[in-house]
Design a binder for this molecule. Structure first.
Ligand code: MF3
Ligand code: CO
Ligand code: CO
Length: 276
């Protein structure tokens, strides 16, 4: 049984498995945190180029986050030490920033989570490094479509399985694999909360969406098979078959008649190629 809880947005409630239903104060907080996440990702479009290290991108994310009066929620999260995750090519998610440089032809995901005034804005986008082969660009385009098709399902009365099914159908129509091991999640005052938002499943199943629910949708789509494995660093997830993987993530809130995307790009840099 799915349990819902109407919350007072001034409280920070524990992760107790209930789905929190927020009010106007929560929407206002998420709007600001989400906008900051989107502004940071907009700025990344001006920095991503061959030769830059992922560590330098992480430094820029940290500075922008702190300058805005926020903190990167990933720093100190379960022992993670960086301000974002940067996942290149066959890295599915949770790539760790380092001295590694971006190369011409790479596709790369940057995932940021500023915590601003007690609210989390969680978003990621793909970036193209120099000249990227058509097959890889196609994967990036379809992954963005998967996210937006999922978001189109998000309205009161729909179920989480409707989102999952729409994403899975679109990806598999292109013969791509949908990663099962990582999911979207409730968020708000907490970074990762109930419900678990899967990206493959059956329409009409799962918890019903209600106004005031906040969660992410963040499909990871592989050019090859869906399988992933974890590297020895305990964080980096890669495709088992070493095929390319792409991901986009938005944080949304369910409204009376649909949903609000908290992390929309102010500069309309929704998906590459980005005009900079
Ligand atoms: N931002 C990721 C997400 O979308 C979580 C990263 S957790 C980290 O949920 F510790 F790996 F940074
Ligand atoms: Co997330
Ligand atoms: Co994220």
């Amino acid at each position: 049984m799915t349990q819902y809880q109407i919350v007072d947005d001034t409280d920070i409630l524990p992760r107790d498995g209930t789905i929190k239903l927020h009010g106007e104060a929560g929407f206002a907080g998420m709007r600001k945190a989400g906008r900051l996440a989107a502004e940071i990702l907009d700025a990344m479009a001006e920095m991503v180029r061959p030769g830059i290290t992922t560590g330098a991108l992480d430094d820029a994310v940290r500075s922008m986050t702190l300058d805005a009066g926020a903190v990167p929620a990933t720093a100190g999260y379960r022992g993670y030490r960086h301000s974002c995750c940067i996942s290149i090519n066959h890295v599915v998610c949770h790539g760790i920033p380092s001295e590694k440089t971006l190369k011409d032809g790479d596709i790369v995901n940057i995932d940021v989570t500023p915590l601003l005034n007690g609210w989390h804005g969680d978003s990621s986008r793909m970036y193209l490094v120099g000249d990227v082969p058509l097959k890889a660009r196609r994967l990036v385009d379809v992954t963005y479509e998967c996210l937006m098709i999922g978001i189109e399902q998000a309205r009161p009365g729909a179920r989480l399985g409707d989102i999952a099914s729409a994403i899975q159908t679109h990806a598999e129509n292109h013969r791509y694999g949908v990663v099962r091991e990582f999911c979207g999640h409730g968020l708000g005052r907490l970074f990762h909360d109930a419900p678990e938002v899967v990206h493959a499943g059956r329409a009409g199943t799962g918890p019903e969406l209600k106004p005031g629910m906040f969660f992410t949708i963040e499909p990871m789509i592989n050019l090859g098979k869906a399988g992933v494995k974890l590297l020895d660093d305990g964080w980096t997830a890669v495709t088992r078959d070493r095929s390319l993987s792409a991901q986009f993530e938005h944080s949304i809130g369910i409204t009376e008649d649909g949903c609000e995307i908290f992390t929309l790009s102010p500069k309309e840099r929704h998906a590459p190629p980005y005009e900079v």
